[in-house]
Each structure stands twice: as structure tokens, then as C-alpha cells.
Design a protein around this ligand. Sequence first.
Ligand code: HEM
Length: 533
Amino acid sequence: MQQSLPYPLSSLDTNVLLVLVTVGVVLIVSSLNTGGKIKLPGPRPWPVVGNLLQIGEDAAITYAEWAKVYGPVFKVVLGEREVVVVNSAAAAKELFIDQGSTYISRPMFHTFHKVVSSTAGFTIGTSPWDESCKRKRKAAATALNRVYVQTYVPIIDSETLSLIEELYKDTDKGRLAINPFAYLQRLALNVSLVVNYGSRLDKVGDGLLKEIVEVETEVAQFRSVSGTPSDYIPLLRYLPSLTRGGTKEKAVEIRKRRDRYMNLLLDDLKERVKKGTDIACITGNILKDPEAKLNDMELSSICLSMVSAGLDTLANTLIWSMGFLAKHPEIQEKAYRAMYDVYKGDIPDSSEEKVDYITALHKECSRYFSIIKLSLPRATLGDSQYRGVHIPDGTTVFLNAYAIHNDEERYEDAKAFRPERYLEKKEENLQAHYSFGAGRRMCAGVHLANREMYIAFCKIIYFFKILPSDVKGEEDFDICPETACANPRGLSHAPKDFKIRFVPRDRSTIEEWIASEKNRAELQMAAEIKARI
Ligand code: HEM
């Protein structure tokens, strides 16, 4: 006869049982630990968890410290995965560029790939390298190349106009201090939406805007290489109460919310294409192209990439920069004078990057704040070598942009914020910074992002003086890249909240410009779009 348990197993008992099993596994594995497959130096791993408990809150900063002990390329063990961490510009060149066709793939992670992305597919930035990924990357890279980006300038200009107008109006003409983050997020998201779907979201308080920003911020958390321990320790997937807020349930909820707005955006475009009221945009062009070789999943992956890739990355770079500029009026004045030298007091033109100091300024912001400190993870496709050490096929590799940006051998006086470094001759043939990654899977949106930053910096600094808040208790805030980060475990790092003022340099100039530019921008955008059709 079958005997039943005297009492039912509660979830606590299940957890206790699993913890006991874990301890058993720990003991067995620790007795088997042979030092792993990759014979690079690195900190001694603990059984089962590896180095996970040693990497601290901000893994990139810890890795930069470890690089001083173990050298620029070392190994960490994260749960069951051995990871190679690259910490210098020279090593990045040797691996990501000189062996570019090997360092070309992306690793798979349980939470992001199996739970969050099970319906809409992976973004380009999370797709392992195969024929499908090649097609997606080619389509996106073509639509985002230098020549196409030039045609998007009116879109960027028009969104920057909305930014300036709302910063002016919502702060009561510069009298009130605000946290400008939501405005910068809208700029980033709208440029991507217009370029990809030919549509935009209107107000900063727009419900859909809020939903997209909230969900994409969560997705970025799941994509972080140090935010989800259950990606490295499979057993944790069965202990929801011990993982971050029940990782799986949260991921499923996020996936559903993401599917909802991605379908909404695509259906809206399909409807406009059917009615013939659409304007030229990347996805519209693919939908209308009978020769297009992309299937539905690939199209959906491109759309996902366009919505997510430029959102928190660009907005975070801009918000760190605004906070820093508010504390450094001397840099704003140098930028203003540099614009004056080129445009003699006229409003800077967006069609060309003519003001070298502004270009140098956005490059230095990208370097100094390293907003994706650990880039997007790579996986090797085939065997490779680093200084005689074998790195097997399928190895996960992290590029520590933070460590490179703080490497004195690459950047003299690395801790100093100095845009001038990019105006010096010796920088000419070097990669300016690693915030867009390196090699064959480097950011496909680099030209668009750079142009967005250039135009935003020009217009904001031309029209406003950025100042700290004048409200008691809000005047001082931390903007140091090491200590002010609000989400050190995230993929893309944002500073802790602060408020600043955008005080118009001259109210009548700004008001006249808004009135005339609104009219001109609409006409120019219509002409550009017509030309592209
Ligand atoms: C300041 C803004 C941005 C930053 C800091 C940034 C950073 C990055 C980084 C670090 C990567 C991984 C590179 C690597 O593995 O070497 C990446 C990939 C990518 N980015 Fe960006 N990005 C930005 C803006 C954009 C924008 C505006 C778009 C397009 C709308 C975009 C599209 C992509 C795509 C499609 C990939 C995947 C490339 C691949 O895996 O082949 N990014 N980005």
C-alpha cells in the first residue's frame, strides 16, 4: 500500500531540501574542481558560486581592480560559466579586432533568452552569430550607416526642438529646477521610433512612453551580466523566493507587456502602409520590399533592437553629461565660445559636425561615464589564443569598457574630464572610446547616437546655461561615475536622481527660434521624407 507523508511539503520545506541538495552538490563539485578549461590567471573561485560573491555591487569596478593583480586579460568563474574579462585597449585590439571573426557571437543566458525573449525573439545585440543574425545586423547597419543617418538629421533636429521647447516651458522659462531624465528618454525613444516606424510619442507624460521606458529598463536589468545570479547557477531557477523578486514570474510579466506595445507599434505601421499614409521608415521599407529576405521573427528582432538599443544608452549618457555640465560652467563656456567661433553667434547648424569641441565633448562624456561599463557580452565562435593561452570555442567574453577608459596607458590623466584630449594629434588614429564596444559586433547605432549627442549638446548649450538647482537641499548632488551610479548591477548605468536648471541665455532668441523652427522643421522633414520615398 502506498504510504502518504504525514504532512504536505510546504514551499519552505522544498527550499530547505533544495538548499541541502545544493550543499551536497557543493561538496562534490569542490572535490572535483580542477581549475577549469581556460588556463588564464584569475581570482580563486568558490565551489558552485565561483567568483559571484566576490564581484560586489559594481562588477566592472571590481574587475578593473583585479586587472591590476592578474593582468589585462583574466578569467572569472560565474557559477557554472568561465568568463574571460578584457581590460585594456591593447588586449581589446588583439582579441576583438585582430581576431574579429572569432569574437563575433553572443552568449545565451537563461532569463533573457529563454524567458523574456521566448515570443518576440532576441534583439540583434543578444543574438548568437548565425545566418539569421547576419541578415538582421546587415539590415540594421545599412539603415544606420553614415549616409542614412545624414537623412535622419531633420528628425533629430525636430526632436531636439521639442526637447528645448519643453525644457523652456515646463521650467517656467528657466525658473524651476527639474530632473530632465524623462525629457532625454523621450528624445532618444522618439528618434528611434520615427526612424523605425515613422511615428512618435507626443508628451513626456504619455502613457505609452512611460510603459516603454519602464519595461525596457526592466529588460535591461535582465540583460545585465551581473544582475541575475540564476543565469549562472541553474539551481536558483527553482528557488523563486530566494532570487530577485521571483525572477521567472517577473520576466514573464515583462515579456507580455513588451509584446503588447511592440505589436501595437507594428500594427499601427501596417495599417498606415495599407492606407498609404505611412512615411518612409526602416520597417515600412522592409514591409513594402517584395525582395526583403527577412522573416517575421527577424523583422520583429530589428524592431525590438531599434526600440531598446538607443533608449537607456543615449538617455543615460545625456543625463550624466547634463549633471556634470551643471557643475562645470567653465566647460559650457568653452563649448559656447567654440560654437561662437564657427557660427559667429548664429544658431549652430545640425547638418554638419563643424564644432570640434562639441564632438570632443560628447566623446569625453562617453568615455568618462562609461554608461555600459561591461559592454554587451560576447561569445567566441571557434578556438582562439591570447598570448599563447588557448581560449576554447563558445567562451563568454566581457569587454570592460570602464577599465579601458581608466587605463593610464591608453588615456593620459584618465581620471580627469578633458575633452581637449580628443583635439590632440595623438588621438587621431586610435579608437576614441569603448562605450560602443569594439570589433565586428560594435554598436550598429554609433553614427546615429553620435549625431544625436552632437545636436543635443549644441542646442542645449547654445540656448541655456545649465545650473544646479537653487532650492535648498537640491543644490549639491553626486555625479562622480564611481559613486553616483543608481543601478550598478544594471546593463546601462544611470546616475542617482538630481534636479538642475536650464536658464535661457536669452529669452527672446529662444522664443523666436521655437516659433520659426517649428515651421521650418516640419517643412524640411516632409521634403526629406518625400526625397527618400
Ligand atoms: C549613446 C548611445 C549608445 C551606446 C552607448 C550604445 C552602446 C552599445 C554597445 C556597447 C553595444 C555592444 C557592442 C559590442 O558588443 O561591441 C551596442 C550594440 C548595438 N547597438 Fe548601441 N549604443 C547606443 C545607441 C544605439 C542606437 C541609437 C542604436 C539604434 C537605434 C543602437 C543599436 C545597436 C545595435 C543594433 C546593437 C547590436 C549590434 C550587434 O550585436 O551586432 N545603439 N550598443
